[in-house]
Design a protein around this ligand. Structure first.
Ligand SMILES: [Zn+2]
Length: 414
């Protein structure tokens, strides 16, 4: 194994020790462990020749300028440094540490890039502390809104209060502005573990992301009438849980017959909630994703019609509250073509695959063209301590990024 790959693996191992909860890996937005992680990764960035800073939402930024061309455009590379609870060591961290090592290796080889580079370690992607994802990349892109600052964590602390403690200053707190104007950027490239089983099944280390699925989340509830489980005849019941169960199966059936569609009812609460009482209310969540917005929206309409049908037949009422609607992101054809050429050169063949999971690239796509490289996850497992990408796969990903940067440098004119 090449020394640069060994360095990357040692970085991943060391960062995995930086946690808020001993015995497992948990780093959440602006927590003490996140502060330590930023300090540690900043030392590695400086070792690679990057100039480091932290923005007002706790994102760590390492920048490499072009001394001969101070106005050169900037390529963004990165991912997130926060984790879920009891996480694996690769999700997010790989996409921050791998570019640092790639730049360090290019410097060792005496290669000067004709464009500036920023390596980004976003402070928040997983949505653990404030139940809202992408706070870090939204801050970097100038997309944080006043409503985001009012979100509170389990201790009742607001995002605004947490951010204020990050940068104690006499100045009044202001929403962060975007870090760059789009014309000053070449694009954003994110390397991430796949978190799915496709590459593992195809026996490939790497794949290039074609699009990131659009996502709809909604809170639904069916309302009926409570009643005695022993005395109320079946034909007179208005059982809210029966409606919710029927809807759940309808969503599953629609997704099964629609290629690429995934639909999940992931939470459900029933009231009054007693073994001998007919449920009056069943409140639940729906998560619907597809790489094509047209298909996702059509599925959404079909499920809304199904809910109305079920409610009518069962004499229930229902509420449907949309909580999230992210359009699908199509990756940049130009950056993706270069990335694909690098993967083909080093892996022999390549595969294009959509991402079902959201990533920082979704937010960055509003600012600049994006591309993503996926690294195989063993058995598709992630958000789990057993999450694993092999040293050989990681070394290949490192070679691909180095090759990609060299290709981009060759085709780039200042
Ligand atoms: Zn991630």
């Amino acid at each position: 194994m090449h020394a640069s790959a060994q360095l990357l693996l040692s970085y991943l191992a060391e960062l995995a020790q930086v946690t808020d909860e001993p015995g497992q890996l948990t780093r959440t937005f602006l927590s003490p462990a996140m502060r330590r992680a930023n300090a540690l990764v900043a030392t590695w960035m400086r070792d690679a020749g990057l100039v480091t800073r932290e923005d007002t939402v706790g994102n760590l930024i390492g920048r490499l300028d072009v001394p001969a061309a101070p106005r050169a455009r900037t390529l963004l590379l990165g991912s997130h440094l926060d984790t879920v609870r009891d996480a694996g060591r690769f999700d997010g961290a790989l996409g921050v540490l791998l570019p640092i090592v790639a730049i360090s290796e290019l410097r060792r080889r005496g290669v000067t890039l004709p464009f500036a580079v920023e390596v980004l370690g976003f402070s928040e992607e997983e949505g653990v502390r404030f139940a809202s994802a992408y706070l870090g990349s939204k801050g970097y892109c100038g997309q944080l809104r006043a409503a985001d600052l009012k979100l509170t964590d389990a201790d009742g602390l607001s995002v605004r209060t947490a951010l204020k403690t990050l940068a104690p200053s006499a100045k009044p707190f202001a929403l962060p502005r975007r870090a760059h104007a789009p014309r000053d950027l070449l694009g954003y490239v994110e390397i991430h573990i796949e978190q799915g089983p496709v590459l593992d099944a195809k026996k490939l280390a790497l794949g290039v992301v074609s699009a990131i699925a659009g996502q709809t989340r909604a809170k639904l509830a069916f309302h009926g009438r409570a009643g005695h489980a022993g005395t109320m005849p079946m034909n007179l019941r208005r059982d809210a849980l029966g409606g919710a169960a029927e809807f759940t199966l309808a969503a599953e059936e629609l997704a099964q017959r629609t290629p690429g569609l995934v639909a999940t009812v992931g939470t459900m609460s029933v009231a009054p909630g007693a073994a001998n009482v007919i449920p009056a209310t069943a409140a639940f969540s729906l998560d619907l994703r597809h790489p094509s917005d047209v298909i996702r929206r059509s599925a959404l309409r079909q499920l809304q019609a199904a809910a109305a049908r079920i409610a009518r037949r069962r004499q229930l009422t229902f509420t449907w509250t949309a909580t999230q609607d992210n359009a699908a992101v199509t990756c940049s054809p130009a950056l993706t073509a270069t990335l694909t050429a690098s993967v083909r050169a080093l892996q022999g063949k390549t595969i294009a695959l959509p991402s079902g999971a959201g990533h920082d690239a979704v937010v960055l796509s509003a600012l600049t063209p994006v591309a993503m490289l996926f690294v195989r996850s063993r058995a598709g497992l992630s958000h789990h301590p057993d999450e694993f990408s092999s040293p050989a796969d990681i070394e290949l990903a490192l070679q691909v990024l180095i090759d990609f940067l060299a290709r981009l440098a060759r085709t780039h004119t200042l």
